[in-house]
Design a protein around this ligand. Structure first.
Ligand SMILES: [Zn+2]
Length: 349
């Protein structure tokens, strides 16, 4: 089968690999749709260290090709969503409610990290009964594929943010995760959602997904403006959706005492992330900093798919580009260099 791999740091290309075989609890899925993610670019750039001929990608849906002897819920032919994060459910971290951290910190992240990813004609899924979900009939693959990571991570930002009904929320950066954090904040009942973003087509989408006020960091001081919009109080919840030290510091500054900084960003460089001491209330202002990696699991994916099934949110508005699998390298280029106002490129198999 054809697979799109990271040959070494900074070098990608196609290669032939054998179709994977399932262990007793596993499945093999024939890929139908996938999405490129910022963390794929981080991986190629060496963000997780050197890798040799590792298949890229972690966001995909497909059709079950083969299942192991112990798989009970799925059979060949089922149309399925597979989580970007595929935890080991027997690990103590999973039993403690932190399945994304099973096996090791971020250990639930296996695709394109500790095993081959999903940019291939077929891919392997561990613990299939727990790590896949059947896609409802009225939800197309193009839409369901967003639940692998973007909806799950963005909604996690809102969930971890502990948003009070009617409360105030700022979402820092309106990329795909920030946009879904915005949609999540709206679903959670936020009374005011402020989106920080400078790119015009992202500003438009942010409003579509629920942002009430846009703050453009290229034109105004983000902290001053958000304090203005909240009568000098700051927000109940600041969701960091970029993964930059300066944005994280802003999040701490704009969060009111008792509020929550909810991080979804992937901090790919630098040795430290800084907390502004005084704005943090010298460590005594009841400001919670919550972190998380995209949650996995069938129960969660079934919930996310229900949100799509009942048309609460339409993530396909983020699909700005579509590429066939054999053109995935061009898709990477467009995404990496942020060409042509790209938000999310969809890969069709
Ligand atoms: Zn992703």
């Amino acid at each position: 089968m054809k697979a799109f791999v990271m040959k070494e740091i900074g070098r990608v290309g196609f290669m032939d690999k054998p179709v994977p075989r399932p262990g007793p609890n596993d499945a093999v899925v024939r890929t139908t749709r996938a999405l490129i993610c910022t963390s794929d670019s981080h991986t190629v750039a060496g963000g997780i260290g050197p890798r040799e001929n590792l298949t890229l990608g972690h966001e995909a849906v497909g059709v079950v090709h083969d299942v192991g002897s112990e798989v009970k819920i799925f059979e060949p032919g089922d149309r399925v969503l597979v989580g970007a994060i595929t935890p080991d459910w027997g690990h103590p971290a999973s039993q403690a409610g932190h399945s994304s951290q099973s096996g090791a910190p971020l250990g639930g992240w296996k695709f394109s990290n500790s095993k081959d990813g999903v940019f291939a004609e077929y891919f392997h899924v561990n613990e299939a009964d727990a790590n896949m979900a059947k896609i409802p009939e009225n939800v197309p693959d193009d839409m369901a594929v967003y639940c692998a990571d973007m909806l799950s991570t963005g909604f996690m930002g809102a969930e971890n943010g502990n948003i009070p009904v009617g409360g105030t929320v700022a979402v820092l950066a309106q990329g795909p995760v920030g946009l879904m954090a915005t949609a999540g904040a709206k679903l959670r009942g936020a009374g005011l959602i402020i989106g920080v973003e400078s790119v015009p087509n992202r500003q438009v989408l942010a409003r579509t997904y629920g942002v009430d006020a846009i703050v453009d960091f290229t034109k105004e001081d983000v902290v001053d403006r958000i304090l203005d919009l909240t009568r000098g109080e700051g927000v109940d919840t600041a969701i960091e959706a970029l993964g930059a030290d300066i944005t994280f510091q802003t999040a701490v500054k704009i969060t009111k005492p008792g509020g929550t900084v909810s991080n979804t960003g992937y901090f790919g460089d630098g040795e430290f992330v800084h907390i502004p001491r005084l704005d943090w209330g010298v460590g005594m202002a009841d400001k919670t900093i919550a972190t998380g990696l995209c949650p996995g699991g069938r129960l969660r994916m079934e919930r996310l798919l229900r949100v799509l099934e009942t048309k609460r949110v339409d993530p396909t508005l983020m699909t700005t580009h579509t590429f066939r699998f054999d053109a995935v390298e061009q898709a990477f280029e467009v995404y990496d260099k942020k060409l042509d106002d790209v938000i999310k490129p969809l890969i069709v198999f």
